[in-house]
Write a protein that binds this ligand. Structure first.
Ligand code: PEP
Length: 243
């Protein structure tokens, strides 16, 4: 299956970054599906600058309600109208900064699906949880409670301690966790769980991407810091296996 390389720009980027970034992506001929998730105000211009067959645009969050008195939030349908086709949900920075619970993430996933967006749902353990031997249990709980009864989308396994730190789990640990996630998905979603792409995220760089993307059950990457630089983002995408 085609891998997905998604870039999470977080609270970075300016309007002036769009054109050079989109040009670089347009000129690349790469196997994976590319997704760029810039801050909300850039979505519409980015979607206009990037032909859909070259890359997709995603939001970094959405509200669970279709509209209403939710200052500072954004509705899934508005993201879609602006040109987004994906949305990252349950990122550890949102779970941490905004106290998002698994139940709230599940409600957002439902809203995203109703708006026709493809959710990328993030799960992952903290360093303390891994050290305590609880990583699989934590991820199991997140998957069980952050996904609605019917789920079509992607999962991103992002160990919190690997995000923005330059540290990555061993290949054996990534393989074991992705196998665990696959088992949970196939049990929870017998019809679709075997095919749900599972991305790895956490300090993916051009230098380690090929090894990570070649691991079993790794269906792509969610890239933070390295996605801000088009050359690095495209080098990561070029490391994805063809097929
Ligand atoms: C992220 O925040 O989703 C992420 C993977 O960040 P980084 O690549 O910078 O570790």
């Amino acid at each position: 299956m085609r891998q997905v390389i998604a870039g999470n720009w977080k609270m970075n980027g300016k309007f002036s970054d769009i054109e050079p970034f989109a040009e670089a992506v347009k000129n690349a001929d790469l196997a994976p599906e590319l997704v760029i998730c810039p801050p909300f105000p850039l979505i519409q211009s980015f979607a206009a600058a990037l032909p859909r067959d070259k890359g997709a645009i995603g939001g970094q969050d959405c509200h669970a309600s279709p509209a209403g008195a939710h200052t500072g939030d954004v509705a899934a349908a508005l993201l879609a109208e602006a040109g987004a086709t994906y949305v990252i949900l349950g990122h550890s920075e949102r779970r941490e900064d905004h106290g998002e619970t698994n139940a709230e993430v599940a409600a957002k996933v439902l809203a995203a699906l109703q708006a026709g967006l493809v959710p990328i749902v993030c799960v992952g353990e903290t360093g303390m949880e891994r050290d305590a031997g609880e990583a699989e249990h934590v991820v199991h709980t997140q998957l069980t409670h952050s996904l609605p009864e019917r789920f079509i989308g992607l999962i991103a396994y992002e160990p919190v301690w690997a995000i923005g730190t330059g540290r990555t789990p061993s290949e054996a640990d990534v393989t074991a966790m992705h196998a665990h996630i696959r088992a949970v998905l196939t049990e929870k979603f017998p019809a679709s769980g075997a095919k749900t792409p599972i991305l790895y995220g956490g300090s993916v760089k051009p230098g380690n991407a090929a090894a990570l993307l070649a691991l079993p059950e790794v269906g792509g990457a969610l890239v933070g810091g390295a996605s801000l630089n088009a050359a690095d983002f495209l080098a990561i995408a070029a490391s994805a296996p063809r097929g």
